[in-house]
Design a protein around this ligand. Sequence first.
Ligand SMILES: [Zn+2]
Length: 355
Amino acid sequence: MGESKRYWSETATLSAPWWVVLAEQEFKLQGAIFRPDKATRILECVRDERTVAPEQVVAHREPVSMQDLRRVHTASYLARLGRYAETVPAYAVAELEIPLSVANLRAAELACGGTLRAAALAITGGRGAVHLGGGFHHAFPGHGEGFCLLHDVAVALRALLEAGGRRTAERNNRNDDTGSSTTERLPQVSRALVVDLDAHQGNGTARIFRDEPRVYTLSLHNAEIYPHPKEPSDFDVPLPAGTGDAGYQAALEQALPRALAESRLTAEGGAATEATQARPLVVLLAGVDPYYDDRLGGLALTREGLRTRTATVLRAAAQHMLPVLVVLAGGYARNAETQYQLHADTLREAAAHWS
Ligand SMILES: [Zn+2]
């Protein structure tokens, strides 16, 4: 580790070709399978390369607003989360698989904020942004499961689909009794394609956007692992355990053109629609748990196979001039250093396609 940890800037340099959003506290979860210093360790992997310049790394510290959460999650679920977290420290919720505490709830809210920030940057810059976290795709409107309390990608997409342009934002006001609100400018998304390449099916995403024609959900996943049952996505590609590089890549190359066409993103291209200035967005859940030595994923991909997979999506998006929001999603490699390198490869591919 270097002597200086400050490998980021406080504000995005608007001239940067693409961005990395770092919400450092996001993985300081209690009792979770996540490694708490994951995000900064991933950055350390590329520190001595020309992959990411410090001015491209945006430190993000703001949890998402309650207003943004309410567009995805039910009022009763949000009330229940708050009540449990504040009255019963580290309340164990069986299906959640992590303790529900104030710290974990704040981490989930921060993850939503980081994903929204990265999505806005991706659209504004036109190429892409990586949130070094996020991808909590097992959260449902009215409950959480599989380590996922709040659905960060859905919260971000709802904010950008429904509240694009100017809006009055409820500032992060928990510690602010002035009750002030500020006007925050968010870019608008016209439609989105969610490409979920985490080893687990994106059941929460599928449910949340089931009746939303502007969001198309594609999930490639291990058919034999959690969740049971799966929620139908717009396009599901169930794969047998132990699929391996060749089978996975063939499935992806077959699925992606169809998803791009059916989502109608390619018809729009990257151009803003005239009336609203809204733009289409690709969201990639770049989970690295399909890795062969992962504790949970079971799809038997190699490091090279994962990298090729990520490159395939980024290349396809670039061909159609579509901006991409990348979130990390899962990764539980037995060896910690390996896990950081697998996620760092996602940054390396981003640099190769967006710089
Ligand atoms: Zn997963």
